[in-house]
Write a protein that binds this ligand. Structure first.
Ligand code: ADP
Length: 503
């Protein structure tokens, strides 16, 4: 009776001191230590080792025990880990106690103790106590492991999110993330440093974001934002993302104006080279003719009959006129480029101005077999630069004649005017060769000429400046110009002019 009482007393003492120790434990090492200490008080051991079980490996928890695990012991531990209950085995000539630390199905470690007593002296109650203590330790250990894993995970998550933030901040792209209500839920440094976005840009972004929310597809667009004096270009990508099951849209934006400007300058440079090749050809052709005919006249004036002489002089005159036109066009262009270009505004009737242009070009058109049609009657009063407006129409009709289709029997250029409240819309339509789609608005760029200049039919003269000048004149008036065309069918150029300045 008394012996039982003493045993119980000893058990209670050991359990309560063990519990006190492990309850205070803040890491697994403290639990292992308490376990080791308590077990060694229950039974006489020569040595106690504790191994932590991680990803199928046994790792001695004690730093000093970093040495290789005896392969025989290792296979015993594997066996106990599978069996999931404690066992006494022989290792060499010693008896060892192997006790798995298990919580639920989770293997946490193994306690290995080399017994210092004979097997006959081993009491069942001591074994029960060791099992109980180990079970207690397992509970605490599992909690600690979970806690350690969690801390590690949240630390690595924190590190990851800090890294992500750093990465996003170091990007040249301005990044902003919107939620469904268009709240900005994240902005990187580049975005914050832009400050207030221009209104138009803000609107374009929110349109893209809305499109992205409804289609759930990424979109990339290049956006041009014009102010009074300059244009800025932005490359904007919107990407649908999911954050904690919430649909969001990430916007990545970069100001690519410099790249665009470089591209533009490079293109102008190429066009200028082409232009020089072209213009020298354009100038040389009439000059060569003038020179040749003048020389002939000079050398053989006595031998030429008046009829031939007249014909030669007419050719010289004709070519001089052409040269003059070319030089005028160049001069005009350089004035437009240097912005020393002013409009001479006056009130006049657009229809009669157009009539004058059509009459002047009638002969050119019929010489090329092109019918020139202008059926307008009535009057359309307008305040504009009469000479410049006539120049615009002249240029467009001349192009219509120049680019007529030699394979068509009935070639025409039609001029049509639509009078509106505030503006007048003019259409110049031809059934000529048409403009390939890939040219697009490039035809309005200075020096642009369709096809390779050097391979062009010489009967289609030009400088590539005509439409650039036309566009400048129209835009100076506050109007717009655009076109529709189909290769082989023909082209329609449209332009508008405000009826008054300030409309
Ligand atoms: P140019 O006529 O001197 O080449 P423009 O600036 O007037 O220069 O026109 C630019 C280019 O646009 C032309 O080279 C031609 O390829 C194309 N183009 C203009 N008008 C027409 C038209 N009516 N039909 C077909 N192509 C045209």
């Amino acid at each position: 009776m008394e012996e039982k009482f003493n045993t119980l007393n000893r058990f209670v003492g050991l359990i309560s001191s063990f519990t006190r120790n492990i309850v205070r434990a803040v890491n697994s090492t403290e639990v292992f230590n308490a376990l080791k200490e308590t077990i060694s008080k229950i039974l006489d051991f020569k040595e106690i080792m504790i191994f932590r079980y991680e990803d199928g490996n046994f790792i001695p928890f004690d730093e000093d025990e970093k040495k290789e695990i005896d392969p025989e012991l290792k296979s015993l531990m594997d066996w106990v880990a599978q069996r999931k209950s404690s066992s006494i085995q022989t290792l060499g000539d010693e008896f060892i106690l192997l006790m798995p630390l298990i919580k639920g199905m989770r293997m946490l470690g193994v306690v290995v103790g080399k017994l210092a007593i004979n097997l006959e002296d081993l009491k069942q109650e001591d074994m029960d106590l060791i099992n109980f203590i180990s079970f207690q330790a397992s509970i605490i250990l599992e909690n600690l492991f979970l806690y350690e894993e969690l801390t590690e995970k949240s630390e690595s998550l924190e590190r990851l999110s800090a890294q992500m933030k750093q990465l996003l901040d170091s990007m040249l792209y301005a990044i902003v993330v919107y939620d469904r209500d268009m709240n900005e839920v994240f902005k990187n440094k580049a975005y914050q440093s832009i400050g207030d976005l221009p209104n138009e840009l803000r609107m374009r972004i929110s349109n893209l974001v809305e499109r992205c929310f409804s289609t759930r597809e990424g979109i990339t667009e290049e956006v041009e934002i014009s102010s009074d004096s300059s244009s800025s270009f932005y490359s904007i990508s919107v990407i649908p993302i999911l954050f904690e099951n919430e649909e969001q849209v990430m916007v990545m934006m970069m100001d690519v104006s410099n790249t665009k400007e470089l591209e533009r300058l490079k293109r102008i440079d190429e066009l200028k080279n082409e232009f020089i090749a072209n213009i020298s050809h354009e100038l040389r052709t009439p000059l060569a003719a003038i020179k040749a005919y003048s020389e002939t006249i000079n050398d053989s004036i006595d031998m030429l009959d008046p009829e031939t002489l007249k014909e030669f002089v007419e050719i010289i005159l004709d070519q001089s006129n052409h040269l003059e036109e070319l030089i005028d066009e160049l001069f005009d262009f350089s004035r437009l480029e240097s912005m020393t270009f002013e409009l001479n505004l006056e009130e006049f009737d657009l229809v009669s101005a157009y009539r004058e242009v059509v009459n002047a070009l009638e002969e050119l058109a019929s010489s090329k077999g092109v019918k020139l049609i202008f059926d307008e009657s009535g009057k359309i009063p307008i305040v504009a630069d009469r000479k410049r407006v006539k120049q615009v129409l002249t240029n467009l009709i001349e192009n219509g004649i120049k680019y007529s289709d030699p394979n068509k029997d009935e070639k025409y250029v039609k001029v049509h005017v639509e009078d509106g409240d505030k503006e007048v819309k003019t259409t110049v339509e031809d059934n000529g060769i048409g403009i390939p789609k890939e040219y697009g608005d490039k035809i309005f760029e200075r020096f642009f000429r369709g096809g390779n200049v050097l391979q062009r039919d010489v009967s289609v003269p030009g400088t590539g400046l005509g439409l650039a000048i036309v566009k400048k004149i129209i835009e100076h008036h506050g109007g717009r110009i655009w076109f529709d065309s189909e290769v082989g069918k023909g082209t329609k150029f449209y332009f508008t002019l405000p009826k008054r300045r300030g409309n």
